[in-house]
Design a protein around this ligand. Structure first.
Ligand SMILES: Cc1ncc(C[n+]2csc(CCOP(=O)(O)OP(=O)(O)O)c2C)c(N)n1
Length: 369
């Protein structure tokens, strides 16, 4: 903005100015053309193929879980179709020692980061065993409290920084989550204490039925980072190359002691909020079709097919592999003993208070423990 005199203050222009500072960055255009040749040089063909494999895995997984939900084999589910690049290309930039803090919509990435698939399924069924992960898997159980992923991640990252650990925390959160107090509190702490936390705001345009325009008067979500002194970037969340490079660079910055980075991934949820939601009540089919056209899968498929690095057969092979993995995980899930009420009561406290002890006794008798 030009220097301004207080004789006439253009308030409207000031608000618009924030948005100008946060344009959407991309490397691949919506139809898969390279728009940032310099950035493209930083990614090998091998990496591009791996990104595609991951995203196809995620997409098939999502569709299969939706079907299993409809058949009653699995509990409720929050579809993530359309968000493959925001989730998986971001994840690709981490190492297995980095901590992932996911939401209820990030079931597929948490499996990719090492959580056994049957544990993730047990979590969705509300089974207590779904909260127990192997020690070497650096993932926290999915967070249902909207906005809390960022607060917890900031705390974990502050601890890592104090211990001098060379790793980062990556937290996913939604556009709606950026309206929550937890988010602002976490952001403020992260900024002050230079916590190595990368926040991935998956701006999928809706918080259940609330569109982004009704969520906030801010024109971008990235600018919320600036208010806390946290460097922020707005990235095309359907561009896997842009997402990967942004997170890779953010990780290096955070590990180097720079502190937190906030990334707004501008994307779209093509499916329903959860399996109990009916999106046709709040959005038009034409809007969904428009976003599907510029999906991450379509973009990268086009680019890789032109480079002769991708085939329909490879895609079918991955689909079969995902289905087999899901089948095995369902079998494994079936081996878990049925959930008991006492299971919940006994893990809550090291030394249960009197009323909980009473309940444990009551349910132990009922359940014949
Ligand atoms: C603190 C809190 N308030 C309300 C809810 C109910 N709720 C569940 S999901 C959701 C919408 C969240 O939207 P967003 O953060 O954009 O994430 P998305 O679901 O789109 O991935 C709401 C309001 C909740 N889980 N937690």
């Amino acid at each position: 903005m030009d220097a301004m005199s207080l004789s006439t203050i253009p308030w409207g222009d000031i608000a618009a100015h924030y948005a100008d500072d946060f344009p959407i960055h991309s490397v691949l255009s919506p139809n898969g053309e390279i728009v940032d040749k310099q950035a493209m040089k930083q990614v090998s063909d091998k990496l591009l193929v791996e990104l595609m494999e991951d995203m196809v895995w995620a997409h098939v997984f999502d569709q299969r879980i939706i079907t299993l939900n409809k058949q009653g084999s699995l509990g409720n589910y929050a579809p993530a179709g359309g968000q493959e690049a925001s989730q998986f290309a971001a994840l690709k930039a981490l190492t297995k020692s980095d901590l992932l803090v996911p939401t209820y919509r990030d079931l597929a990435p948490l499996i990719k980061h090492g959580v056994p698939m049957h544990r993730a399924f047990l979590w969705w069924r509300g089974h207590i065993a779904g909260n127990i992960y192997p020690d070497d898997v650096k993932v926290w159980v999915p967070q249902v409290i909207v906005g809390a992923t960022y607060l917890h991640a900031a705390g974990a990252a502050m601890a890592m920084a104090r211990k001098g650990e060379k790793r980062v925390v990556m937290a996913y959160l939604g556009d709606g989550a950026t309206s929550q107090g937890d988010f602002y509190e976490g952001l403020n702490f992260a900024g002050v204490f230079k916590a190595p936390v990368i926040g991935i705001i998956q701006n999928n345009q809706y918080a259940i039925s609330v569109p982004i325009a009704h969520q906030t008067a801010a024109q971008t979500l990235a600018q919320k980072g600036a208010a806390a002194g946290v460097p922020a970037l707005r990235v095309d969340g359907n561009d896997p190359v842009a997402m990967y490079l942004a997170v890779k660079s953010a990780r290096e910055y955070a590990i180097g002691g720079g502190g937190p980075i906030l990334i707004e991934a501008v994307t779209y949820r093509t499916g329903s909020h959860t399996m109990s939601d009916e999106p046709s009540r709040y959005r038009q089919d034409s809007e969904v079709e428009e976003w599907v056209d510029k999906s991450a899968l379509n973009r990268l498929r086009k680019l890789l097919t032109e480079k002769k690095l991708w085939t329909v057969e490879r895609e079918e092979e991955i689909a079969e592999q995902v289905k087999a993995e899901i089948k095995d995980a369902l079998t494994e899930m079936g081996k878990e003993p049925a959930q008991k009420v006492t299971d919940f009561l006994t893990v809550m406290y090291e030394e249960p208070p009197a009323n909980i002890k009473e309940q444990i006794a009551l349910y132990s008798a009922k359940e014949g423990n």
